[in-house]
Ligand binder design. Structure first.
Ligand code: SF4
Length: 304
């Protein structure tokens, strides 16, 4: 018989406080079934020695959250709680444990904090009624790096298809939930072309996407001498298999850094902003006040 691996956590929230606002992330699962080849969580900076090849469940996370929140909420009255920063909150385990739903429900019902969800999974739609009840306090960022299904399959082998994620963006926005796209990470020389952004942004706009934001691929080596494969090794294996002609370009773009050259980033930033403007997509990331007139405009746009 197959048993789920459950683990005990000592801490639920990773908290940062800026000017009296609380910014905290929470992840009920460790590891992620999507197994993206660029996953930054693979770096030992984020996952230490944990084996990420299968998913573990933090069985006591709700109890710990309850204790931690009661301490924070008397001190900080506003902030954002992020779900999905180190594993997808709506992967299959959620169908059995409902921890993401319970966490979101608890935060919305018992604090004044907003919630921001990152996911690649249309399973997020199961909580639509909860989101609708608190629509002015929720943002959902669906991650999409390309509109090209072949590229998607190479780098994101286990996640929902592009079409499914676009439908999810459309549905959430039509239901009045602010949903945008995290174009993260941008893969140099693979998803950074004008053609890729044109196709992707055209499709996002067509499906009522409210905003985009983006980030560049990091390539981290392991700092500690541990057995787990580093993020850079994982990614380079894919390069070697499918894009071996690009390896020299990557070497000169990253040199001794885990980020691409800043001059490259500025060129791509400009390209993204130009194409986002062309498709009338907000490129400032999520905002928190839901704009009704935007919603009306969205319905008009979605008619054709
Ligand atoms: S969905 Fe996110 S956390 Fe999961 S494997 Fe992909 S990049 Fe990593």
């Amino acid at each position: 018989m197959f048993y789920d691996e459950i683990i005990r956590c000592n801490k639920a929230l990773n908290v940062d406080v800026v000017k009296n606002h609380i910014y905290a992330s929470i992840n009920p699962y460790v590891g992620c079934q999507h197994q993206c080849k660029y996953c930054y969580v693979q770096a030992d900076k984020y996952s230490k020695t944990q084996d990420l090849s299968f998913v573990k469940v933090k069985y006591n996370i709700l109890d710990i959250l309850l204790k931690e929140i009661s301490k924070y909420k008397i001190k900080y009255f506003s902030g954002v709680i992020y779900l999905g920063t180190s594993s997808d909150p709506y992967q299959d385990k959620e169908k059995k444990y409902f921890f993401s739903s319970k966490i979101i429900s608890f935060i919305l019902n018992h604090t004044s904090y907003n919630v921001h969800i990152f996911t690649k999974s249309s399973l997020v739609l199961k909580d639509i009624d909860l989101f609708k009840k608190f629509s002015n306090r929720i943002n959902i960022s669906i991650s999409l790096i390309t509109a090209n299904e072949k590229i998607k399959k190479i780098f994101e082998p286990n996640s929902d298809s592009i079409e499914k994620r676009l439908s999810c963006i459309k549905y959430l926005n039509l239901e009045g939930i602010s949903c945008g796209c995290a174009v993260m990470p941008i893969l140099p020389y693979i998803t950074d072309s004008e053609k890729n952004f044109e196709e992707l942004f055209f499709n996002l706009r067509k499906n009522g996407c409210r905003y985009i934001w983006w980030g560049y691929l990091t390539l981290r080596e392991n700092i500690k001498n541990i057995k787990k494969q580093s993020q850079k090794n994982l990614y380079y294996k894919v390069l070697q298999e499918y894009f071996s002609n690009l390896i020299d370009n990557y070497e000169s773009l990253y040199r001794n850094s885990f980020l691409p050259d800043i001059r490259y980033q500025k060129i791509i930033d400009k390209k993204i902003i130009n194409i986002a403007q062309k498709y009338n997509l907000s490129y400032f990331g999520p905002t928190w006040k839901y704009n009704k007139s935007f919603q009306q405009q969205l319905f008009l746009d979605l008619k054709y």
